[in-house]
Design a protein around this ligand. Structure first.
Ligand SMILES: [Zn+2]
Length: 212
């Protein structure tokens, strides 16, 4: 059986991708959350909280049979250097693919808005990170330990929702589930369980534009 290893942040896009994988496919699913504990903000705390609540939602809203196919894992990346989030996630997904006991592919969630924005702002497709995935999966030495499995089919990255606009993604997500996601980049932390959206970052603005 093939496994889909999803880079899952607890945000709208990757949560929809998770919901889609659960309901519309029969793949085994590993939802891997990379906690990006970078010094620039505390966004990872809000994301972690969102992921925990979404897991609970899935526990209550997905059949017990299907739940057996889903695993949740996470790793934490702590660094003081400035780097691109996507690169870290891609590299991590490559590690997960290398140690997977099943033939697998990775899933990275970008929407049609991301594709169009990248093309107009930067002039290139946003999935350049897939190069990192390719390099890392072809160099198994990156994996410490000896669980490296030679896959018959080389793992690939798939961008399963790149044909959907965020507006469509939001419509397709159950409202309750949408409300559990976290997208804001600069959360205001009130307590361990209370986070307020900044309303000013790109993710907040995008969400406001799409929802109105
Ligand atoms: Zn924000």
């Amino acid at each position: 059986m093939k496994k889909a290893i999803l880079g899952w942040s607890g945000g709208i896009d990757s949560t929809y991708n998770l919901w889609y994988l659960i309901n519309e496919t029969d793949y085994l699913i590993q939802a891997h959350h990379v906690l990006l504990a970078l010094n620039k903000n505390q966004r990872w705390r809000a994301e972690l909280y969102a992921c925990e609540r979404i897991k609970e939602y899935i526990k209550n809203n997905v059949s017990a049979k299907r739940q057996k196919d889903i695993t949740f894992t996470h790793s934490k990346y702590v660094s003081h250097c400035t780097t691109v989030d996507q690169d870290i996630v891609m590299f991590t997904l490559a590690q997960m693919a290398l140690v997977s006991d099943h033939d697998c592919f990775a899933v990275y969630s970008i929407t049609k808005d991301d594709v169009e924005r990248a093309m107009t702002e930067r002039g290139y497709y946003p999935w350049v990170g897939s190069k990192i995935f390719k390099i890392a999966t072809r160099n198994g030495d990156f994996v410490w330990g000896n669980r490296f499995k030679k896959h018959e089919i080389e793992p690939q990255v798939r961008f399963m929702i790149k044909h959907l606009y965020k507006k469509e993604v939001i419509k397709l997500l159950p409202k309750e589930l949408l409300d559990l996601t976290w997208s804001c980049r600069e959360p205001i932390i009130k307590s361990e369980e209370e986070f307020v959206e900044c309303g000013k970052c790109r993710a907040c603005i995008e969400k406001q534009e799409v929802i109105k």
